[in-house]
Design a protein around this ligand. Sequence first.
Ligand SMILES: Nc1ncnc2c1ncn2[C@@H]1O[C@H](COP(=O)(O)OP(=O)(O)O)[C@@H](O)[C@H]1O
Ligand code: SF4
Ligand SMILES: [Mg+2]
Length: 669
Amino acid sequence: MSAAASAPRPRLAALGRRPLDALGSLMRRSPKAAAGIVILLVLSLMAISAPLWTSYDPTSLAFKSMLTPSRLHPLGTTFVGQDILSQLLYGARFTMLIGLLTGLIATLIGTAVGISAAYFGGRFDEIVNGIINVVLVLPGFPLLIVAAALLENAGDWAIIIVISLTGWAWGARVLRAQAMTLRRRDFIDAAVSTGEGPGRIIFREMLPNLSGIIAANFFGTALYGVLSESGLKFIGVGDVTQPSWGSMLYWAAGHTALLKGAWWWVMAPGLCIALLGTSFALLNFAIDEIANPKAANAGRLRAARRGKGRVLASQSAAQTLTRPNMKIQPPNPAALLSVRHLTAGYQTPQGPVRAVRNVSLDVMPGEFLGLAGESGCGKSTLAFAATRLLAEPGEVFSGQSVLEGVDLLTLSESELRRRRWKDYSMVFQASMNVLNPVLRVREQLYDAMQAHGVTDKAKLDARARELFGLVGIRESYLDVYPHQLSGGMKQRVVIAIALALEPKLVVLDEPTTALDVVVQRQILEEIQAVRRRLGIGIVMITHDLSLLTEMSDRIAIMYAGEIVEEAPSSVLQSAPLHPYTRRLMTAFPPLGGERTRREGIPGRPPSLALDLTGCPFAERCDSVMPICSLQKPVLSDLSPGHRVACFLHASPEQLTLAKPEVNHVLASD
Ligand SMILES: Nc1ncnc2c1ncn2[C@@H]1O[C@H](COP(=O)(O)OP(=O)(O)O)[C@@H](O)[C@H]1O
Ligand code: SF4
Ligand SMILES: [Mg+2]
């Protein structure tokens, strides 16, 4: 993900700030919003200060019938002698209250339904989406008339409830679509991975980012409420003795006001309804323009992916388990993390991709393990799969990932939530995106700690300061928003969050790729210092091998979804054995020393959608032999801690285990 994609959306974020700030910035930014707010303020003021403008009771019949406008009655009187101005002013209260309440209730329902459908997804989402669609196709106004007529004696609340229940679905649909997009954003994944529960993620992470859409939805449904109430009253449904703009129209129409020349009796409430509607519509459009919701109907696609994913899982597991000559290795009890026979991948429209293929790897307590390889060879997938953070369409097909004796892949969701961030944490490839743009950095640090039971404010504050010191950021930056930080600072904040609970293992996936070399180096040095101080195990992923040889205790080289060589860093640096490792060593400049010409590796890694029979590097290898395209070399121990998967270094046992056709080729060689 690019830095641009990670940049906060300030306009949207602004709507999540304090209401008055948000209102001010909205007015400055959008003429539509400014006009809407001014009209709404005038009408609200009119309703609130009604007793200042008139001393008459709007229901009093004390005056002569059908008086024309005068100083005493600026809008004349009704057929039964009521003052029209007082009706208009007091009626504004009821009509606007209906708009406010129906807007609130319908928005609450729509928001709750839309966001929960997007968050929980799956079958729940399909059912909820079905209900939304049914409510949307029901003819609104006829339904309202029937429901309101049935509940005629239940009073105004019945009208409010009926209008709200028929008006929530559109908002739910928009919110669901937008929340689905948000659900896939990195900072939500990060919140899930820090162990935050659904309630906290929905209310703290998602809602502030959806505030613009929710506000737009409120004005949309309030408009619907005002028009519906006025429409119902106009045709005589509900309590028409209650002064409101709708009931004024009802009485004016009933007494043929226009035919009698009393046009002001119709015009005044009609104009007010139109103005209120215009202000709500303007605000709805303005906020909508700013928030710009994108509709996305991912439900079916995800269901399809899930279906295909299961097929892929069984195929892949079968392939993994039935491969001839494969020795099943148990997890290493001395290791902090012991990954065994891990196979994971993705379902794509072009077919399944097996991005991690039967990988076994150990990380010892306090060890710095480097994982290197070209882009697309499965490093991130391995890290995500091993930490059980691989999201759809990704799936772990088989294998184990044992952290301190517990297989993460078999844990319940709640147990996993408890362990994540406390026992292990992860810094993602595009980590800047994991910071929520509308929360201050301090709150985001607190969130990770609070999710694991640290609630004491003094402790939280002390730890936040300590963590910032650890990653080299001044304490004053604790109270800024992410967009006020540079890329390097954001990266340090993310690393601080990952270290918040002093986990035993931190997985860093290309933590410095997007940064310039100087900042990269500073951050990596800080990571090293923190590791030494806290004694945590680190897995660092990068495609830059020379960087890893400087920092790691041990390095594993990955190619086409498999580990092809693994050795102590010094051994790998002085005597790399796999032809791919040797090429990779020369492809990146060393961090220090003389500048030399670097050679790329010609060709490209094979597609991971293919089932590879021979050595995956065969097509690019200078030392390729006939056996290489016929059989897959397996990792064999050459010296303590040095394993290589290459026929150049194969044991005699490996060669005699070769298939008959391979033996034939070897014999004739
Ligand atoms: N969401 C995805 N859907 C389909 N294929 C994916 C997805 N993410 C990664 N892949 C594929 O999986 C393979 C390994 O990707 P990745 O683990 O990101 O590699 P690396 O981290 O080494 O660059 C690549 O071929 C990539 O195209
Ligand atoms: S097994 Fe063969 S093709 Fe593969 S790296 Fe070794 S020599 Fe090259
Ligand atoms: Mg990657």
